[in-house]
Design a protein around this ligand. Structure first.
Ligand SMILES: [Zn+2]
Ligand SMILES: [Zn+2]
Ligand SMILES: [Zn+2]
Ligand SMILES: [Zn+2]
Length: 408
């Protein structure tokens, strides 16, 4: 343009030359040709621009369609969003419910934790108790062991005791056998005793024979006295001495052998053992064998177990008359009690002749040992008579002789 303006100015100044003008026109053509080409290329570029714009439009249309689709999608998405909102609300509701449940569960959990703590405390207490129990158990185990030891000791002692009891049983057997032996010995001794009794009887016969001999000798002495008057005094002294010795010997013999200075009025033998003297007859004696003989049943007998050392009483009735009490003879009651067993005296009554209030029943009188003074003599009362228990019936000199050997 600036060229054109400069050429225009040159034309204006060089008007007279037409060549210049042509040249200028030619350049101007060329210039317009160039401009034309520029414009063509511009048109071309514009065309391409249009095309691109068209394409852009097309693409924009498609994008508009896309926008529409997107809008429709947006609507659907909004609907979906509403749906989601609803769901969110629902889920909120559910969430609140769940929260409530959660709070309740928390409370429950708290309760459970509290309970758990309590249980733990209980557990601790139980453990403590368990420890105490364990201690007790140990203590008891110790005691059990001790008692087992004691049990063993006691078992040993029991064994010893059993051995001792076996020994004792053996001893009992030995004692039994020795007792049986003693029993046999006792029987043998009883046999010997009866033999000795027979011997005593024989000896009594011999004594009698000797006495008879003595009487004969007395006669001989009398004859020799008649013949030997001078020696009479001496012989009389010797006689007295002999008689005294004989009496002493006889008494000694009587004491030793239980021979009474009396003959039985039934069997006419010297009385050995028990002598019964009638309390009412002047001189009536019965031996134990003849005691059941028929003497006057109303007479009361004096039972003399051991010989009386006084001949003064031989020929004298010692008891007064008693008044009989009438009773049934099968069941006699003497209306007094035994001084030993304190039972009522029935059947036969024994009254001590020297003591007041000392009575014996049949059973107590029969004991082989002394229940009373062995020198005292008893009165045997079979039929009930009127006798005061306080009354002393026998003279005090009328007593049995007791030497040591017979005082059993
Ligand atoms: Zn007789
Ligand atoms: Zn008589
Ligand atoms: Zn007496
Ligand atoms: Zn009695």
């Amino acid at each position: 343009m600036e060229q054109t303006s400069s050429s225009n100015s040159k034309k204006d100044k060089n008007k007279p030359i037409d060549y210049n003008d042509l040249k200028q026109l030619k350049s101007k053509y060329y210039e317009s040709e160039l401009e034309k080409e520029g414009l063509n290329s511009l048109a071309e570029s514009l065309k391409t621009k249009i095309r691109t714009l068209q394409q852009q439009i097309f693409s924009q249309e498609s994008s508009i369609q896309l926008v529409r689709e997107l809008e429709s999608q947006k609507v659907t998405l909004l609907e979906q969003a509403e749906n989601y909102k609803k769901r969110v609300n629902d889920s909120d509701l559910q969430l609140s419910i769940i929260k409530k449940e959660l709070t309740s569960l928390r409370e429950e959990n708290n309760d459970f934790t509290r309970k758990y703590n309590e249980l733990q405390q209980q557990n601790v207490q139980i453990r403590q108790l368990n420890n105490l129990l364990e201690l007790d158990k140990q203590h008891l185990n110790k005691k059990l062991r001790e008692s087992e030891d004691e049990k063993i000791v006691l078992q040993k002692e029991l064994g010893q005791c059993n051995e001792q009891s076996n020994l004792i049983e053996d001893n009992i057997h030995e004692i039994k056998s020795s007792f049986e032996k003693l029993d046999a010995d006792y029987r043998v001794l009883q046999c010997k005793n009866s033999e000795l009794e027979l011997e005593i009887e024989n000896l009594q016969c011999e004594v009698k024979r000797l006495r008879e001999k003595c009487v004969l000798q007395y006669h001989e002495i009398d004859e020799s006295n008649k013949l030997n008057g001078k020696l009479k005094g001496d012989i009389e002294d010797l006689q007295r001495l002999f008689i005294e010795q004989d009496r002493v010997l006889r008494e000694k013999n009587q004491q030793e052998n239980g021979i009474h200075p009396a003959y039985c009025n039934v069997c006419n033998k010297y009385i050995v053992g028990v002598r019964y003297k009638c309390g009412h007859c002047d001189d009536y004696d019965i031996c134990s064998n003849c005691e059941t003989s028929n003497h006057d049943r109303n007479h009361v007998l004096i039972k003399i177990k051991r010989p009386i050392n006084n001949d003064r009483f031989v020929k004298t009735a010692l008891l007064p008359e008693f008044q009989l009490i009438e009773q049934n003879e099968q069941d006699i009651d003497h209306r007094t009690n035994c001084s030993v067993c304190h039972k009522k005296i029935r059947g036969v009554r024994y009254k001590c002749g020297h003591c007041a209030k000392f009575e014996l029943c049949v059973n107590c009188e029969a004991y082989p040992f002394n229940l009373h003074d062995p020198t005292h003599v008893f009165i045997k009362i079979r039929r009930p008579v009127q006798i005061d228990s306080n009354e002393i019936l026998l003279p005090s000199e009328f007593r049995s002789i007791v030497n040591r050997s017979s005082n059993i």
